[in-house]
Design a protein around this ligand. Structure first.
Ligand code: ADP
Ligand code: MG
Length: 626
């Protein structure tokens, strides 16, 4: 291979433009990113060498060195990790493999644009070097390749980069930053050390810097030949809880999550028993942009006996807890465990169960705390992640009861934050069921005619407006001995909630209405499964309900939107015989039929549905108006 000049992929050019033109705060994170890459490279070597020990060549001790040259104005980050072949250098340093780049750039252009901290989150940390450097040179050789298979990669961070072959005796990588004018503050041992200890203390490899000594003649600190370790070099989670400060836990969270906000809660435990492992798990304060993607891998890193095995080990957490970030370090799993193996392992199953319980415990701790500030945190959590947690109601039956207690809803009593326990406490004398209604929006739910009688009687109804709610209800039937009952399904049976007079009045009205009902049934034969009298309506003339066991109209709409054909089952029309409009149902066949159809169409509209033939509806209404 000769020296070649190649172009960066378009996305990389965009990233580079943003990096060099808009990131002004937290510039120092470039060192964190490059040290983290160096540490990843060592982890990769250790992993590949598990069954290929010769990759260690003659240097089994993995380490990272940070050096600077005040005269040349360079900072070098050196590692003896896996290194890169020429193809890998072109690939890894010239293109972005990961998705999410567009979202990343949208964010950088948005409110948080100046914060360099964001950069690592999207797997483009290497380019953060260009925040402080106007040229980066990378010299590298992949472990196991001959010395003359080294490569030098170099770029000014604009449109192009160069690659050329070099000879390099040591495996691993040197990243040399040629600092821009004005960035000289980083050419100081003290400064670099303080950045390393701020961001990279938890890196489990030693990070070495040259020891300095005072030179009388030069009147300055100068380098000696001796090296010292400048980080703690012990993975945070392996240290005793008592030796870790809250600030250190928070900093570690930032490193693994790249979240600019502190976590809401965390838990750190060593679990002993049939399987032994350490867990350090965090609940973030903010949902990531791709939370909805159920295929997204989880945020938990897997280590085995302190050796990094993989990022995003999804088998360690149920899908509905995919927002949890952290580390699991297992003492039992084999080092060569693969994703496939993880899926089947009994140890992993035990770890997943243990972690799920811990996370639920953390959430309960917030939700049930004596401390109002903690409960506020739970409310915040619910806003961000509540809909995801609801998925657990249908996926994790073993924990359904615990999850149910964590659910929060809007209701006819409060717009948010209603727990099922709150609801049960407020139930009326004689009320058995927990009443719910599903709708597309809170406004639609609130104005639903089906709620009228409940309002009148002061009975609380939970208003469910998340897409996942319908699905959740198909897996969740009762809480604390009370059945969940949709007010839009089946006939309302207020049972003991209705007094004798009301029952009598309703019976009489139904009898008097019987002849009209027969006519209505005939007119609506093709559209309604049944027409019946109801007591659930107060202000509305009619409403649509579905039979118990049939799919709700709301769910049918959701499925249709999702491109699935929903089996069409005819709804039931319920009419309020006391309503003025219903009393007007009379006249010759044609007029009666118009009124009947209007009644039905309006009930569909009120429920948030769409008319099959809107033009016909308009014509009928117009006939009435003139
Ligand atoms: P990420 O670390 O999230 O993958 P980066 O932009 O930080 O993204 O790095 C891009 C890629 O470049 C890495 O995934 C890795 O393949 C390669 N790379 C970067 N630094 C090193 C290094 N010191 N040794 C080996 N490979 C490296
Ligand atoms: Mg990186």
């Amino acid at each position: 291979m000769d020296k070649q000049t190649l172009s960066f992929q378009a996305e990389v050019r965009q990233i580079l433009h943003l990096v060099t033109h808009s990131l002004y705060s937290n510039k120092e994170i470039f060192l964190r990113e490059l040290v983290s890459n160096a540490s990843d490279a060592c982890d990769k070597l250790r992993f590949e060498a598990l069954d290929k020990a010769e990759l260690y060549e003659d240097a089994p001790k993995l380490e990272v060195r940070v050096m600077f040259d005040a005269e040349a104005k360079t900072i070098t980050i050196r590692d003896n990790g896996i290194g890169m072949s020429a193809e890998e250098a072109v690939q890894h340093l010239g293109t972005i493999a990961k998705s999410g780049t567009r979202e990343f750039m949208a964010r950088l252009e948005g409110e948080q644009r100046k914060d360099a901290n964001l950069i690592g989150q999207f797997g483009v940390g290497f380019y953060s070097g260009f925040i402080v450097a106007d040229r980066i040179t990378v010299e590298t050789r992949r472990a196991g390749l001959p010395a003359d298979h080294g490569v030098r990669w170099s770029s000014e961070g604009t449109g192009e980069f160069e690659v050329e072959p070099i000879t390099r005796a040591e495996r691993g990588t040197d990243v040399v930053l040629h600092l821009r004018d004005g960035e000289e503050e980083f050419l100081s041992a003290w400064k670099l050390k303080s950045i390393v200890s701020k961001y990279s203390d938890h890196i489990s490899l030693p990070i070495l810097m040259r020891k300095q000594k005072w030179d009388e003649e030069a009147k300055a600190q100068v380098d000696t030949d001796e090296w010292e370790t400048v980080n703690k070099a012990a993975a945070l989670w392996t240290r005793a809880k008592a030796d870790i400060t809250d600030a250190q836990y928070q900093e570690f969270y930032k490193q693994i999550s790249y979240d600019s906000e502190p976590p809401l809660a965390y838990t750190h435990n060593r679990v002993e028993g049939r399987t032994e492992y350490t867990q350090l798990l965090y609940v973030p304060a903010k949902a990531p942009f791709d939370l909805w993607n159920r295929d997204k891998r989880g945020g938990v890193k897997l280590y085995v006996k302190r050796v990094f095995i993989m990022d995003d080990a999804e088998a360690l957490m149920p899908v509905y807890l995919r927002f949890v970030k952290g580390v699991i370090d297992s003492a039992d799993l084999p080092l060569n465990v693969s994703r496939e193996l993880l899926q089947e392992s009994r140890d992993v199953k035990a770890i997943r169960e243990g972690c799920t319980k811990r996370v639920l415990g953390m959430l309960e701790g917030l939700a049930d705390s004596e401390d109002a500030a903690e409960r506020d945190k739970y409310a915040k959590f619910w806003k961000e992640f509540g809909t995801v947690l609801k998925e657990g109601m249908g996926e994790d039956f073993a924990n359904q009861e615990r999850l149910a207690k964590l659910l929060r809803f809007a209701s006819t009593h409060a717009d948010e934050g209603v727990s099922l326990a709150d609801y049960v406490k407020r139930m009326k004398e004689g009320q058995d069921a927990i009443y719910v209604i599903t709708a597309d929006t809170l406004a639609a739910a609130k104005s639903s005619p089906q709620l009228e009688i409940f309002r009148k009687k002061g009975i609380e109804v939970l208003l469910l407006t998340d897409r996942v709610d319908e699905w959740m209800l198909s897996h969740f039937y009762e809480f604390d001995g009370h059945a969940l009952q949709s007010v839009a399904k089946g006939a309302v049976d207020l049972g003991k909630l209705q007094d004798e007079d009301e029952k009598k009045a309703a019976d009489e009205a139904a009898q008097a209405f019987a002849p009209v009902l027969e006519r209505l049934k005939k007119s609506l034969e093709s559209r309604a499964k049944d027409v019946r009298v109801t007591t659930r309506l107060v202000d509305s003339p009619a409403c649509i309900v579905v039979e118990e066991g049939d799919m709700s109209a709301h769910l049918a709409r959701l499925l249709k939107q999702a491109g699935q054909s929903a089996p069409a089952s005819k709804p039931i029309l319920e009419v309020n015989p006391a309503h003025a409009l219903v009393k007007k149902l009379e006249g010759d066949e044609a007029r009666f039929d118009d009124l009947a159809q209007i009644l039905f169409d309006q009930a569909v509209l009120a429920e948030g549905g769409q008319l099959e033939d809107p033009a016909a509806y308009v014509q009928r209404v117009n006939r009435m108006l003139v």
